[in-house]
Design a protein around this ligand. Structure first.
Ligand code: ASP
Length: 502
């Protein structure tokens, strides 16, 4: 059923599959926007926000003592906004103490958190076994290790070209629109993840990508301990190992073929589980979306933050839409109907939007590409797991926009040489970001520090990052799926192992 000549399902059947998830997503947004604030108050959100803001005010006060002249004037504006926000939060805390919110709101919050976590955990549970089995089966299925050449080269070339297009679009847009010079009084919130990363040298960050951190034997592309890599969900480390193991199996003749067959069967079994999980996807997606809006204070709170950073949000959104259109053109170029392909990819795309995680979406991407879009097993098994960790078009674009935006906020205009540094480091930062929520925010430290900006500047974009993360993850996942269509078209079946497996 998964041969390259698979006939994709038609638009109507795609739409029918998609409808429940689409409805769930819209309902989730509505509940989050209109009932989110009540749930946030009932779940102790204001007190948590108060504590975070108190810490931020203390840090900002200490920073202000060290400043003078122009930087001091800019600091005063941002500090005043911070103090103002703390005051408003204090008022809400008092109000909540006087008039405790209804217990229904509290119970609803717990319920959506529970349902969302359950769905997410089901997906995450499937990621590791699926990555390992599908990679071994995919590479083993190439029949001969030399077969990896054409498929590997085409995939890597596609990843590189689309990532660079994304970074260039982001850089051109942010320089042209200049969102950083249009906004004022932005609060720079401290963030532990960013602070931790800011002490690492950018070169060390790149080297760590390969060998991992000396403190964590499970990290890096070549981890020293496979089980710890699995424990840390180091997908890239597991992919590299599975690639090599799959390749080695192809050299063992009949004995190796039997093991490859075993992994191919296991992959199919896990995909069957994915199809079962899909049944509860609408409930899960509804809950995740409603929870994520509620936990940040509901619709009004989001609107206030989005308005403040409106130009920045708009720049990234325009960039992501442009990248989406380019991916559609690529689809056209390889003879696919963009409309049908997007509808067939609808479930993983909406899941990526809800979960903000390429890795968590991976099981659905593989299943949808094979079942809905008639992508060959070999392309799906090879391109998607790799793409979920190294090919991030949306993240690459975001890294470039965010870094230049932060420079603009600090009144610094980057020269062409520095912009080239942004393009290069943003590409690396996207490759280095794991397929988990807000991973790009942490690797952004590398881009920001490479052009001499303070990592603390990232604090200015924190408020909207959870939302932009969803948008960029959707494009990340779409980029990977388009990659499958490209390899299916450009790599003849015999070079994908089409004759040997699948
Ligand atoms: N959340 C993104 C992903 O999983 C990575 C990022 O933070 O940009 O693809």
């Amino acid at each position: 059923m998964n041969s390259p000549s698979n006939k994709p399902a038609d638009s109507w059947s795609h739409l029918l599959h998609l409808l429940p998830i689409l409805v769930a997503l819209i309902l989730g947004i509505l509940v989050g926007v209109f009932y989110g604030e009540a749930m946030w108050k009932a779940s102790g959100g204001p007190t948590k926000q108060q504590a975070t803001l108190e810490k931020a005010v203390a840090a900002s006060t200490a920073q202000g003592l060290k400043l003078d002249g122009d930087p001091k004037a800019a600091w005063e504006v941002s500090h005043a906004s911070l103090v103002n926000k703390l005051q408003k939060t204090n008022d809400i805390v008092q109000l909540v103490q006087k008039e405790p919110p209804s217990s229904i709101a509290g119970a609803s919050f717990r319920l959506i958190k529970f349902l969302g976590d359950l769905f997410l955990q089901m997906l995450k549970l499937l990621v590791l076994p699926l990555v390992v089995t599908s990679m071994i089966a995919g590479i083993g299925g190439l029949g001969d290790i030399r077969g990896i050449g054409r498929l590997g080269r085409t995939t890597m070339a596609y990843f590189l070209v689309t990532t660079i297009i994304a970074v260039v679009i982001g850089t051109v847009l942010v320089v042209t629109i200049s969102p950083g010079s249009r906004v004022h009084g932005i609060i720079e919130m401290p963030d532990e993840r960013v602070e931790r990363r800011s002490t690492t040298d950018p070169i060390d960050t790149i080297l760590e990508l390969v060998v991992g951190s000396s403190k964590d034997p499970g990290s890096g592309m070549i981890p020293s301990n496979l089980f710890q890599a699995a424990n840390a969900t180091n997908v890239l480390g597991l992919i590299v190992f599975s690639l090599v193991l799959g390749g080695a199996l192809t050299t063992l003749g009949e004995r190796g073929r039997q093991v490859i067959e075993f992994f191919a069967t296991l992959t199919d079994a896990i995909l069957q589980i994915v199809r079962l999980v899909m049944i509860v996807a609408p409930v899960g997606i509804f809950a995740i979306v409603a929870y994520n809006i509620a936990v940040r204070g509901g619709g009004e709170a989001f609107w206030t933050q989005a308005q403040q950073l409106g130009w920045y949000v708009a720049t990234i959104s325009i960039g992501l839409i442009s990248q989406f259109l380019i991916l559609l053109l690529i689809l056209r170029g390889v003879g696919r109907s963009p409309m049908e392909f997007v509808l067939g990819a609808g479930r993983p795309l909406l899941t990526a939007f809800s979960t903000a995680s390429s890795s968590a979406t991976l099981p659905l991407s593989i299943q949808s590409m094979e079942d809905e879009n008639g992508i060959s097993k070999q392309s799906a098994n090879f391109v998607l797991p790799l793409g979920a960790t190294v090919n991030m078009n949306g993240t690459a674009l975001y890294e470039a926009v965010a870094a230049v935006f932060i420079a603009q906020l600090h009144g610094i205009s980057l020269d062409p040489g520095q912009l080239i540094v942004v393009v290069i480091t943003a590409t690396l930062a996207a490759v280095g970001a794991a397929g988990i929520p807000e991973a790009g925010l942490v690797t952004l430290v590398m881009v920001v520090t490479a052009v001499g900006l303070p990592a603390s500047g990232i604090g200015a974009i924190l408020a909207v990052d959870w939302f932009l993360d969803r948008l960029r993850t959707t494009i990340n996942v779409f980029g990977d799926m388009v990659g499958c269509a490209v390899t299916d078209r450009l790599v003849p079946p015999e070079h994908r192992g089409g004759k040997n497996h699948g």
